[in-house]
Design a protein around this ligand. Sequence first.
Ligand code: PLP
Length: 638
Amino acid sequence: AALYRIDSWGVPYFSVNDSGNIAVRPHGVSTSAHQEIDLLKVVKKVSDPKSVGGLGLQVPLIVRFPDMLKNRLESLQSAFESAVQAQGYGSHYQGVYPVKCNQDRFVVEDIVKFGSPFRFGLEAGSKPELLLAMNCLCKGNPEALLVCNGFKDSEYISLALLARKLALNTVIVLEQEEEVNLVIEISKKLSVRPVIGLRAKLRTKHSGHFGSTSGEKGKFGLTTNQILSVVKELHGSGMLDCLQLLHFHIGSQIPSTALLQDGVGEAAQIYSELVRLGANMKVIDIGGGLGIDYDGSKSGNSDLSVSYGLEEYASAVVNAIRVVCDKKSIKHPIICSESGRAIVSHHSVLIFEAMGAAAPTIPAVNQINIPFIMESLSEDARADYWNLSDAAMRHDNETCLFYADKLKQRCVEQFKEGTLGIEQLGAVDALFDLVMKMIGGSDPVRTYLVNLSIFTSIPDFWSIGQIFPIVPIHRLDEKPAVKGVLSDLTCDSDGKIDKFIGGQTSLPLHELDGGSAAGGGAKGRYYLGMFLGGAYQEALGGVHNLFGGPSVVTVLQSDGPQSFAVTRAMPGTSCGDVLRAMQHEPELMFDTIKHRAQEFCIFDAAALSGSIARTFHNMPYLELASSCSLTALNNGGF
Ligand code: PLP
């Protein structure tokens, strides 16, 4: 566990159990091992069609733990409630979940359900997000806020106004100055009294990757002068009382509470000025930014880590607002936040399988035919060989390395010139590997091939270098013997993970085949988990090389002997589905191929078509032995 820092980033949800497997505590606490879920057992149950109740789902697989969503929401709520109470704050906290972080229907529905007792709402940033938020909040707490952010046209504004007519507590947050005229005009037309917010462009700047949102040159929000003209416009239309919320967002992964307090303090000043100018201010919405400590270092000095926990975050926010409002003798506003990453990151684990690890086979000394190599070597290359040999006798490792390297380079040059055969070049490579092994000169890092697309499932790693904890989910009681990097299935050199938490450029990994049956007989299979990736990854992922989304299962803690129950299971995107996403028509494609089969393979056309139909139905990932997709059982065509 220490090798992978599970004790840091995993607290309180993940640890290692006595079997050496990842143990999950979805509620964040456990009074006995019985209450922990063995992640390997979940994977085996859902992927193995032969296990009792096994579903035969293909991996890669996302395992969702809704109990963790509940725990995150309740922890955030109680952090704010404690801060409010401790500081004698005169109002309350009422958060919203920004659906962009993970729009999965069941994730959003669960958040609305779990957050309902404390009026937790939703934030939308586009028309489809607003539609889904409206639908979900119909079953939520009527006081829950529906915050409408993002750039808006008349259709978006009309929809948000209709939501208000449907008695959803909707706030239209002005992102651009022009939006105010549309809101005034359409609300009059629809006879709806809107609740309006405005997004301020703060001067406070967060310098990390996610900070480009903030500062005077940030992409979003209204400048000081634009705020003043919006106030004037609303006043002129007799609608200044509709302006009730001030929003800002400094950026995701705010590294420290010092920066947070700076930004919130600046926003609180704007809030109090809006009160002075006559707006009917009620809510300060501090946006997202509550960070995740991906590497568990609590260092706060990169996008990988933040130096505070929920309590410190809440306390800093409440304090910054209270101090400004008290100085200006202003009623304390309701505090809203739009934390996404901090709510959904933990609840889903991406499971994928390592299938092969390319390791050089290092020959024994007597297996290398030196005279055969020497035959075609140039004078210089021969001299390098003898120098290498002398250095080896003297156990002079540094000189060995020098001449081995030189010899190899010269041989490659000779090969390119056509004066060295491929067998001799192969023998020189083997000699080089042997020398490296003998002098301990290299600590070879192996490339593990993983049944995954990084572009689809970990897009932030590829696009912005975001690092997530990646850990084998079993065999953690065995010392890993190898260091590896991970290479995915896509035909793209960027489809590779070679950076890990703790600044590591390789991951400690186990040998693929020699492993014990630790972890309940998982011998032969090697499962890795990518943790803390529940935010953004699913929505941002594409279909590069037409690898689609993973299978998804939902797991609840239960009192049964296995301590878990699988409550929902969805096979991943099939080959047919990804083709359809690119405007191909799988049914027509299948017909075309079937007719061709009837034309060219008269005797086995049916079997051939059945086999092709199966490929359309299955996921694009490699189908490894003993796991067969549910859909693979269907061979009847479309
Ligand atoms: N609110 C707004 C306006 C955002 O742009 C974002 C994300 O960038 C969020 C909320 C969510 O931020 P986070 O995931 O850091 O909580």
